[in-house]
Structures are given as structure tokens and as C-alpha cells.
Design a protein. Structure first.
Length: 373
């Protein structure tokens, strides 16, 4: 608990220093994950706004529904609290009435970019300015966070390795799915959280060319490129690990596409270092795929940030010129997809280090180790 208390203090102090440098008198945060990041408090909005207000020079303020006041009273974090009655209320008792009472008249009030539009719509009298302070702070992980991320990465890797061991022609998707459910139940005993998520399943080749499809759980693994997908969230932190594998000898074109994916992966990793821009990653990967005549077989960016969520900043794609920095954590997943054949995608969770990267998840990578006959 002392480690958590100090970590939350460090996060708030860092944000307060940024507010002072940016001349914000107050800063409003309403995203559920962002509030958890600063408070370690879990909640479900259920229509009712939760508002966390940080100030540069005093303790933060929570504005919560009246029925949640007791739930938001915790001993490890110092803050003030105000409340409103319900999602809509009598004049003067609405959430926006309470918010205006605290912020109206301040010269410059910030709101995180993912804030609800209703926040500013119902409070036009407040001098709002949208910013990305929490997003930018969350991109750089502390040692406390890296320990959490490595823990979930290890659990995730273990499930992928177990899945590969059990997979062969005829293995049912539901059996690979059940493996993660068992691990999830064991983790709940160690650290109960409503936010725990353990998802693992194999996408057989007839589904694997559609990365966001949902395979029939009664379907079976067979020939062609299958993809095992594991996305975990434990103790508030995420990891992902994915592997393309075969249960029969791959055809020549399947071998070629697998090696093209692996070459793109090597190019990605060569560019994953401090000082490069996030957009440099997609530029390098796409240049290779285009050279190979594969531009029509790309369906998504080659990577994204990982932290509290499996998908967060920085996005490693065109349009994002954020400079990569030590202690960012990202996915490594350049991929190509072929209808009526399947998809080719390895994914790992990777930490950007002082002079390069370190893979936090581990599973077999080479083709000869992924033909599971």
C-alpha cells in the first residue's frame, strides 16, 4: 500500500507541475482509466459523470454522484469531494451546476482531450482549453508500472506457450479459450479486480485474415496460418502476445508470406528506439510491404501503446510525430492478410529502453518452431 500511495503522489505531483508550467488554474479529467491512474479507484459511470479536478497548488477535487460518496472515500489518497444528486436534477443540483460553482471565473481551465463533450456544452461560462496532459504523462511508464506490466506480460506469454503446446489439427477453439479462463480465475484469487481480463483464443485460418472477427468457438484448428491471440489485463495493466502458427506443412506461398511478416517485424524493431518518431515505424514497415507488392494486404498500423489498456498512446502510425522515449511500452505487430488463406501476425509487448528495446512477452518466433504437427 505504501508503494501505491507514493506512486499516486508522484503521478499527481507530475501533473501539477505541468499545470503550473502551462498556466492552467484547474484541469478536468473524466475518463474512467485516467481517473483510475491518479486514484486507483474503480467505478462504473452508469450515465452519471465522475469528474476529477486537479489544481497546480492544492489537493484535487472529486465531483461524484451522491450515491457514490461513501465508495469514493479511501484512506491512501488526499482530496476534497463535492457531489450532485443524479444524472439530471433540480436546478442547482446538477453535475454541471456543481462544476461551474468550482471553476467559473478562473482565467484558464483545462480539460483532457478524451473528456465528454457534454462537460463543455453544459458549462459554456467556463474558460475551457482542451489539452493532452494525461495522455502524454501516461505514455512514459514509471518503475512501479513497469513491474506491473512485466507481471502481466509473463502471464500472457505463459498462456500463449501453453496454447501452442496443445494446438494441433482438430483442436477446438473453445479449448484454447478455456485455457485463459482458468488462468483468469487463478489470478482473481491472487488479486481480485472487476477490471481483470484474460482473453486467449486461436483464430483458425478461415478467420485469421479478419483480425477483428470472432471465430466460432466450436470451430477447429486446421491447415493454413492460424493466429493465437492473447490480450490480458491484470492488476490494472495490460499486455498482448500473438503468434501465427501451422499444424500442417505450410505451402510455398504461406512460407513466403510468413517470412515477409518476419522481415517487417525486424524492420519495425530496428526503428524502435528513442529519438525516432512514432510515424517512422509505419513509414519503414509500409515501405517494405509496398516494395514486396503487399500494400493491398495491410489492414492496420504496425503497433500502438500499451499500459492501463491494450490500446493507448503512442500510436505507431502516420500522422503521429511523437518522438519515442525511454520507458514507453508498445505492441510490435506488423501484419499482412490474405482472404481465403489467412493472416500473418506476431505481436509482442515491448519496452523502449535507453538505446533500443526489450521484448516483455516471449513465445516462439521462427517458422520451424511454429509448425505444430
Amino acid at each position: 500500500m505504501e508503494d501505491l500511495k507514493q506512486e499516486l503522489k508522484n503521478r499527481l505531483t507530475k501533473l501539477q507541475n505541468t499545470l503550473a508550467e502551462s498556466d492552467f488554474e484547474a484541469y478536468v479529467i473524466s475518463n474512467q482509466e485516467d481517473i483510475w491512474y491518479f486514484t486507483n479507484i474503480n467505478y462504473k459511470p452508469e450515465q452519471r459523470p465522475f469528474l476529477f479536478i486537479a489544481y497546480p497548488d492544492k489537493k484535487p477535487l472529486f465531483i461524484v454522484p451522491q450515491l457514490e460518496v461513501d465508495h469514493f472515500t479511501v484512506p491512501y489518497f488526499d482530496y476534497d469531494m463535492d457531489n450532485y444528486f443524479d444524472v439530471t436534477s433540480r436546478n442547482g443540483q446538477n453535475w454541471y451546476d456543481v462544476l461551474s460553482k468550482h471553476l467559473n471565473g478562473l482565467p484558464k481551465v483545462g480539460i483532457e482531450s478524451n473528456g465528454e463533450l457534454l462537460t463543455t456544452k453544459f458549462t459554456p461560462e467556463i474558460n475551457w482549453e482542451t489539452a493532452f496532459l494525461v495522455q502524454n504523462q501516461r505514455m512514459i511508464k514509471s518503475n512501479y508500472e513497469l513491474d506491473k506490466l512485466q507481471y502481466v506480460s509473463d502471464v500472457c506469454s505463459n498462456v500463449v506457450q501453453q496454447t501452442l503446446k496443445m494446438s494441433h489439427t482438430g483442436t477446438k477453439v473453445i479449448d484454447t479459450y478455456a485455457l485463459a479462463m482458468k488462468v483468469g480465475a487463478e489470478e482473481m484469487k491472487k488479486h481480485f479486480s472487476l477490471e481483470n481480463r484474460t482473453i486467449n483464443a486461436v483464430w483458425p485460418s478461415k478467420y485469421s485474415f479478419m483480425p477483428h472477427s470472432i471465430p466460432d468457438i466450436s470451430s477447429e484448428i486446421g491447415a493454413g496460418p492460424n493466429i493465437d491471440v492473447a490480450t490480458f489485463n491484470l492488476q490494472g495493466y495490460a499486455a498482448e502476445c500473438e503468434r501465427t502458427f501451422f499444424t500442417e506443412n505450410p505451402a510455398d506461398d504461406e512460407r513466403q508470406h510468413f517470412e515477409q511478416m518476419m522481415t517487417a517485424r525486424s524492420i519495425f524493431l530496428d526503428h524502435l528506439k528513442p529519438g525516432n518518431k512514432a510515424s517512422d515505424i509505419e513509414d519503414a514497415v509500409d515501405s517494405y510491404f509496398n516494395q514486396e507488392g503487399l500494400s493491398d494486404h495491410i489492414l492496420h498500423r504496425p503497433g500502438h501503446g500499451i499500459g492501463l489498456n491494450n490500446h493507448e498512446w503512442p500510436t505507431l502510425s502516420y500522422g503521429n510525430d511523437t518522438v519515442l522515449t525511454e520507458n514507453m511500452v508498445v505492441s510490435v505487430e506488423p501484419a499482412i492478410y490474405f482472404e481465403n488463406q489467412g493472416g500473418y501476425r506476431h505481436s509482442d509487448t515491448a519496452l523502449i529502453t535507453k538505446d533500443g528495446y526489450r521484448l516483455m512477452t516471449k513465445a516462439p518466433e521462427k517458422l520451424e518452431n511454429l509448425i505444430l504437427k
